[in-house]
Design a protein around this ligand. Structure first.
Ligand SMILES: *[C@@H]1O[C@H](CO)[C@@H](O)[C@H](O)[C@H]1NC(C)=O
Ligand SMILES: *[C@@H]1O[C@H](CO)[C@@H](O)[C@H](O)[C@H]1NC(C)=O
Ligand SMILES: *[C@@H]1O[C@H](CO)[C@@H](O)[C@H](O)[C@H]1NC(C)=O
Ligand SMILES: [Zn+2]
Length: 277
């Protein structure tokens, strides 16, 4: 694996060979992103779902002819296989918003073993293949907590590591006024672009911040786009058909929120096969 980091430090490109069962080895470039690259584009990103606010956020963007990006957990605020969450996920994906992984259980990856990190990514790939028939090519480490081990595991599984350059602080108990001020500063300073962190699990984010941000940025002439669009990348590693629900669509016997695999929860590994067309 070879590694090159730009002088600006915003993007490290790493060449990694990704092997998928049934496919030839293919070489792609993966990196750690902390910002968008296109001008006049803003990517609003929502972590920690799927949760009850998802459909409303999806609709707010869709109705404004805008796109959002979601980084989901498997077992955090809710179980990703809950029937309501499954239908909200399929609804949001169908609306053209971008989907990424936030790991299975929202554990701090830099205190996990390699096997536990792999497990946290594997279980999300499996869930996305089952529910949507896609393999995302982006992951966001919980808390933005990452290091070289986390990154090389992510790259080897075909996933870029995506952080942010603007933080609304909504998960850190910032007030709504503070978070709006983050948006105001981006617009008033005429920043060329922004990659902004929000959380769909906060009601005030869904109810107050989303309409405020959409209105503000569009009125100032920004386009609200997916992460993939604002960096000029493909949104998915593979796309195909969702699967039928079966007894494997469960969070029972999987790592609990904040925890890694191990003990009586076996660590899963390997590469999830690309979904069939
Ligand atoms: C995650 O673990 C690192 C140690 O690798 C620690 O410095 C950091 O504070 C932890 N983050 C959280 C949110 O617990
Ligand atoms: C990342 O953090 C883990 C846990 O602290 C540590 O074992 C590993 O060596 C770190 N990797 C790098 C490349 O620093
Ligand atoms: C968020 O909203 C839901 C329903 O609208 C409500 O049930 C829940 O208690 C609210 N959460 C908080 C933390 O206020
Ligand atoms: Zn998170």
């Amino acid at each position: 694996m070879s590694k090159f980091c730009s002088l600006l430090g915003t993007l490290c490109i790493v060449s990694a060979v990704v092997a998928s069962p049934g496919e030839d080895h293919f070489e792609r470039e993966f990196g750690v992103y902390t910002s968008c690259t296109k001008s006049n584009q803003i990517a609003l990103t929502f972590d920690d779902g799927p949760w009850i606010n998802l459909r409303g956020i999806s609709d707010a963007f869709t109705n404004a002819d805008a796109k959002a990006t979601f980084f989901w957990n498997g077992n955090n605020f809710d179980c990703i296989y809950d029937q309501d969450r499954v239908s909200d996920i399929q609804y949001t994906y169908s609306a053209g918003h971008q989907i990424g992984s936030h790991t299975w259980s929202h554990a701090n990856l830099t205190i996990l073993s390699k096997d536990q990190i792999v497990d946290g990514l594997y279980r999300m790939e499996e869930a996305f293949a089952k529910i949507l028939g896609v393999l995302p090519n982006i992951m966001r480490p919980p808390y933005g907590s990452t290091n070289g081990t986390v990154e090389s595991i992510s790259f080897s599984r075909g996933q870029n590591v995506v952080l942010w350059d603007q933080n609304t602080g909504d998960a850190d108990d910032a007030t709504v006024e503070f978070s709006k001020g983050v948006y105001d500063t981006v617009a008033n300073d005429h920043l060329s672009n922004a990659l902004i962190l929000e959380h769909e699990t906060h009601n005030t984010t869904a109810n107050d911040l989303v309409p405020y941000a959409i209105n503000l940025f569009q009125s100032r002439g920004y386009q609200l786009v997916t992460f993939a669009e604002c960096v000029g990348a493909q949104p998915y590693r593979a796309t195909g058909r969702p699967q039928e629900r079966d007894s494997s669509w469960t969070c029972n016997g999987t790592p609990a929120p904040g925890r890694g695999c191990g003990g009586n929860i076996p660590c899963k590994s390997g590469l999830v096969p690309p979904p069939r067309h």
